[in-house]
Design a protein around this ligand. Structure first.
Ligand code: FAD
Ligand code: FES
Length: 259
């Protein structure tokens, strides 16, 4: 069930350059059970900016009724969000969308989790939940440069973790696809979240494999009402040649969406 709730800020800290980890508390957490879902946050109590900002759920703690998001402060909304401190209140709508399907992987299988920049956060809760069901995970995380790398150690606690940076300042120089090829990584299927060019490269290479891609698309309402987030699909689904990323996704089977 989707809820709108005034949630309390438990903590906020900058964990890499302009990358913030924000933990919120509220009853909405009870509804959060699928990695890859997102929340739509009003970044200011006033009306400017009017539009909420969609941010993925990075970690869920049901016992404390808390969840964590990780975001990059870059534009007006996310810079306002970065100013929030402990005990501030935020208007949050969620949990939204359809996340990563866990039942497609079985105990003993290996999933590769591929993240690019601010696409990395939802993969953390995904790794947590896959491990609970006995699925092995390999992580390949791509960033622009060393200063914006985050959660390398946290992912490493779950399994093999590779980092690529575009400028070569940390890990392998290049893109996530370069790492997968160079390391000759073997896997039963993949999950990915990140910028469209990265998803497109993975879709081209692995479209015949079991895989799920989470898309970052500009959004308005976040609940399927405004059509701001529409994308074309390769084959019509239920007679329609488009999907709404907010309510049909943000996660789609590899090959479904035109990237
Ligand atoms: P502004 O330039 O002020 O934003 C202007 C408008 O553009 C806003 O409506 C904004 O929502 C939209 N917009 C700008 N860039 C993007 C983008 N890349 N994707 C979607 N909308 C955009 N970012 C994170 O840092 N961490 C996350 O976990 C995360 N998860 C996301 C999950 C989903 C399902 C989607 C769709 C996006 C996610 N994003 C995430 C991207 C994030 O929503 C944008 O970076 C953010 O909205 C930009 O807002 P701004 O105030 O910084 O920029
Ligand atoms: Fe309004 Fe998707 S954001 S329909």
């Amino acid at each position: 069930m989707i809820q709108q709730e005034i949630m309390r800020v438990i903590s906020q800290q900058e964990i890499a350059r302009n990358i913030y980890e924000l933990t919120l508390e509220g009853t909405m957490v009870k509804q959060m059970n699928q990695p890859g879902q997102f929340v739509h946050i009003r970044t200011n109590p006033g009306l400017d900016p009017l539009l909420r900002r969609p941010i993925s759920i990075a970690a869920i703690d049901q016992t404390k009724q808390q969840f964590t998001v990780i975001y990059r402060a870059e534009g007006k909304g996310t810079n306002l969000l970065a100013q929030q401190t402990e005990n501030s209140q935020l208007n949050v709508l969620g949990p939204l969308g359809n996340g990563f399907p866990l039942n497609e992987f079985h105990p003993g299988e290996t999933a590769i989790l591929v993240g690019g920049g601010i696409g990395v956060p939802p993969l953390y809760e995904l790794a947590t939940q896959l491990h609970k069901q006995g699925v092995k995970t390999i992580h390949v995380l791509g960033f622009q440069t060393k200063e914006v790398v985050f959660y390398e150690q946290e992912f490493a606690e779950f399994g093999e973790t590779f980092v690529a940076t575009v400028d070569g300042s940390h890990g392998t120089k290049g893109f996530v696809t370069d790492v997968i090829e160079k390391e000759q990584l073997d896997f039963d299927g993949l999950f990915a979240c990140g910028p469209t060019p990265m998803l497109n490269a993975l879709q081209q290479r692995y479209k015949d494999r079991k895989g799920f891609l989470s898309m970052e698309q500009r959004m308005g309402c976040g609940i399927g009402a405004c059509f701001a987030c529409v994308c074309h699909v390769n084959e019509p689904v239920n007679g329609k040649d488009y999907v709404k990323v907010c309510s049909d996704g943000p996660v789609f089977p590899i090959g479904r969406v035109v990237l």
